[in-house]
Design a protein around this ligand. Structure first.
Ligand code: ADA
Length: 567
C-alpha cells in the first residue's frame, strides 16, 4: 500500500509492488526498447533500486522495468507511480503513455479504457546525470535508479474520479473551526451530473446535482464546527477521517477518496511561529531517505524504525532534506504530531546550475506535485525550497521569488522558508516567511556555536529578516562509526561529534531569537563517488546513527538536550 490507511472502497486498487523484470544493456548504459532480447534480465523487487542488485551497485544509466497484470473487466483506470528514480518513460502494452522527471514526487497516467485481460507496463528508467536533469546531479546524497516508491493501478467504477479534496482548517471570528474544501474531479467520459458528498468529524455537506463536465472541474465547500474539535498539536497528532464521494441520483457511490486530516493553524507572529496560537520551537533532525539495504526506496519497516528513533530522541520536527518524502513517512508524522519542513528537490545548485535549461520547469513541476499530493498532511507546517542554492545573486533571487510565488498560489496556509549557507551575503531574506541558516560552527567554520550564532543574528538585523522567525536548519559534524578518540577527540571521531552537538544544542535550544534547530543529520547516507575525498567511506557521516541505524555517542547527547525541551 502507498499510504498507511485505505484510501478507497469503491475505487478498486491493484497494488503493482512486488517482483518486476528489469532489463539492463549488456554493453553501455542505454536501453533500446525494441532490442531487449540482447539485454541482461534480472528481478527487481518494487519498491526498490537496482543498486541493491549484485553487479549493479554503481550502475548509472538506463534500464527497462516490466510488469504484467490482469484486469477482469473493461474499465477506466489510473496508473499511479509514487516515485521513479529519477526519470521514467512509461509504456502500456507497447504504447507510450508519457514521461516523468524527479524521483521524489508521484505521477499518474489516466487510462480512459483498458480492456479485460492481460496487460504489460514497461518503464524506461534513467538515473543518468547531465542534460536530462537539473536537479539530479552528482551530490552529497546518492541518485539511485529504480522504482523507488509504491505503484498501483486504480480501477474506476465509472469514468470520473476525485483527484483530490484539499482540506484547509481555519478559525472563524467567533474562534470556532471552519473547514474549507477544494475538490478536483476528473471525468474521462461524457458530461454527467451527480452529488458530491463530503463528510468530516460527524458533519456532512452535499453539493447536489453537480455538473461533472469532461476533463477537470474544481468544486468548493465548507463546514463550520461549533462542537468540540480535537486539535492536531506537536507530539499529539489527532487525526480525523475525511470522506469524499461522488454519488449518482440513484444513490450509488460512483467514486470515493478517504484521507486523514488535522485541525491546526500555523501563523507567523513577528519572530515567532505559532501552532494553534502557541509560540512553537521546532527541534529535530534533517532526514535523507537512504538505507544500505534499499537505497532511497523506503520500506515500511525502515519508515517505522526511523520514526521510532525520532520519537526516542524526543524530537518534535523533521526536515525532509532535500526533497519531498514518501507519503507513508508523512502519514506517520501526522499520527505522532511530528512537525515537518518539507522542501522541493534541490541541493547546492550554484547560479550556473540554476540556469540549466530544465531547472525552472523541473522545480515548478516538483513544487506543484509536492503540494497537490501532500497538501492535507497536518504535520507539514513549512514549505521549503532550494537548499543552499544561489540566493546571493540577483538572478538567483528571481528564481527564488518565482518559486515562493508559486507555493503561495497553491497554498497560502503555510509559511515558507529556504536554508541558506550564503552567510552575510544572502540577498533573499525579504522573500520567505521564516529565515533559515545552515551553520557548521566547530566543523566547517572555526568559531564557537555562540559566536557563530551571534554573528548571524547581528547580521540579520541589517535586513528584512530582522523581524522574522529564525531557524538553524543544519548544524553538526561528522563521525565515522566506530572511530573513537577519547583523548584527542579528533574530527571524524564519535567523541568530537558528540562534543560539537552538545555545544550547539546548548546554545541553539535556549536562544530566544531562534524558533527552530535541525541537526544535520539523522543517519549516515551514501553519497556520489565524486564527493568521496571529503566523505570517508563515500558516505556523509554526520548522522547521529549510522546507516544501519546504530546509535553513535552523540545519540545520547541529543536525547539529553531534546528531553529538556518543554513538552
Ligand atoms: C550542507 C547541505 C547538506 C550536507 C551538509 C554537509 O549544509 O545542505 O546537504 O551536504 O552541508 O554534510 O556538509
Amino acid at each position: 500500500m502507498s499510504r498507511l490507511f485505505v484510501e478507497h472502497h469503491v475505487r478498486k486498487v491493484l497494488p503493482l509492488d512486488g517482483v518486476w523484470d528489469i532489463y539492463f544493456p549488456k554493453e553501455g548504459n542505454k536501453i533500446f526498447i525494441d532490442d531487449i532480447e540482447s539485454c541482461e534480465i534480472r528481478s527487481l523487487v518494487v519498491p526498490g533500486v537496482w543498486e541493491t542488485l549484485i553487479g549493479r551497485e554503481n550502475y548509472r544509466g538506463q534500464a527497462l522495468a516490466v510488469k504484467d497484470f490482469e484486469v477482469n473487466s473493461d474499465c477506466a483506470a489510473r496508473l499511479v507511480f509514487k516515485g521513479v528514480s529519477h526519470t521514467a518513460e512509461l509504456f502500456l502494452d507497447g504504447k507510450k503513455l508519457g514521461d516523468h522527471h524527479n524521483a521524489y514526487t508521484p505521477f499518474v497516467f489516466d487510462i480512459p479504457r483498458i480492456s479485460r485481460g492481460k496487460h504489460r507496463i514497461a518503464v524506461i528508467i534513467s538515473n543518468e546525470h547531465g542534460e536530462l536533469s537539473a536537479l539530479h546531479i552528482p551530490n552529497d546524497y546518492y541518485n539511485y535508479g529504480g522504482i523507488s516508491r509504491p505503484v498501483e493501478l486504480q480501477i474506476l467504477k465509472g469514468n470520473a474520479y476525485i483527484r483530490f479534496n484539499h482540506f484547509t482548517p481555519c478559525r472563524t471570528p467567533e474562534n470556532s473551526w471552519r473547514a474549507k474544501f477544494a475538490v478536483r474531479v476528473v471525468n474521462l467520459g461524457e458530461d454527467f451530473s451527480c452529488d458530491i458528498r463530503i463528510s468530516l468529524a460527524g458533519k456532512t455537506v452535499v453539493l447536489e446535482e453537480t455538473q461533472i463536465k469532461s476533463g477537470e472541474t474544481d468544486f468548493y465547500a465548507e463546514i463550520d464546527f461549533d462542537s468540540e474539535i480535537a486539535l492536531w498539536e506537536p507530539k499529539h497528532g489527532h487525526l480525523y477521517r475525511l470522506e469524499t464521494e461522488l454519488i449518482s441520483r440513484a444513490g450509488e457511490i460512483l467514486d470515493d477518496l478517504f484521507d486523514r486530516v488535522g485541525f491546526r493553524v500555523i501563523d507567523i507572529d513577528g519572530r515567532k511561529i505559532l501552532i494553534n496560537g502557541k509560540p512553537t520551537f521546532l527541534y529535530g533532525v534533517n532526514r535523507h531517505e537512504d538505507h544500505p539495504f534499499h537505497g532511497c526506496a523506503q520500506t515500511l519497516d525502515t519508515i517505522y524504525q526511523d520514526m521510532d528513533i525520532i520519537l526516542d530522541i524526543g524530537a518534535n520536527a523533521v526536515r525532509t532534506s532535500h526533497y519531498p518524502n514518501d507519503e507513508r513517512f508523512l502519514d506517520l508524522c501526522d499520527e505522532h504530531g511530528i512537525m515537518v519542513w518539507e522542501e522541493n528537490h534541490a541541493r547546492g545548485l550554484n547560479l550556473e546550475k540554476m540556469k540549466h535549461s530544465r531547472f525552472r520547469e523541473q522545480c515548478r513541476n516538483c513544487i506543484s506535485e509536492m503540494i497537490e499530493w501532500h497538501y492535507n498532511h497536518p504535520s507539514i507546517v513549512i514549505w521549503g525550497i532550494l537548499n543552499e542554492c544561489s540566493s546571493e545573486t540577483e538572478e538567483g533571487k528571481a528564481l527564488y521569488k518565482e518559486q515562493f510565488e508559486q507555493i503561495k498560489s497553491l497554498d497560502s496556509s503555510r509559511p515558507t522558508t529556504y536554508a541558506s549557507d550564503k552567510h552575510f551575503k544572502d540577498i533573499c531574506q525579504d522573500l520567505p516567511d521564516i529565515c533559515s541558516w545552515n551553520l557548521y560552527s566547530n566543523w566547517y567554520e572555526g568559531n564557537t556555536a555562540k559566536k557563530g550564532l551571534e554573528a548571524l543574528i547581528n547580521w540579520q538585523e541589517s535586513n528584512e529578516g530582522r523581524s522574522k522567525p529564525l531557524i538553524i536548519s543544519e548544524f553538526g559534524g561528522g563521525a565515522i562509526p566506530g572511530y573513537f578518540d577519547p583523548r584527542r577527540k579528533s574530527k571524524w571521531s564519535e567523541e568530537r561529534q558528540a562534543e560539537i552537538l552538545d555545544e550547539c544544542l546548548s546554545e541553539y535550544l535556549s536562544n530566544p531569537r531562534l524558533s527552530g534547530a535541525f541537526i544535520w543529520q539523522f543517519c549516515d547516507i551514501r553519497v556520489d563517488e565524486s564527493w568521496a575525498l571529503g566523505r570517508p567511506r563515500t558516505m556523509n557521516n554526520k548522522g547521529i546513527v549510522n546507516e544501519y541505524r546504530r546509535p553513535k555517542l552523540s545519540y545520547e547527547v541529543v536525547k539529553k538536550h531534546f528531553s529538556r525541551m518543554i513538552k
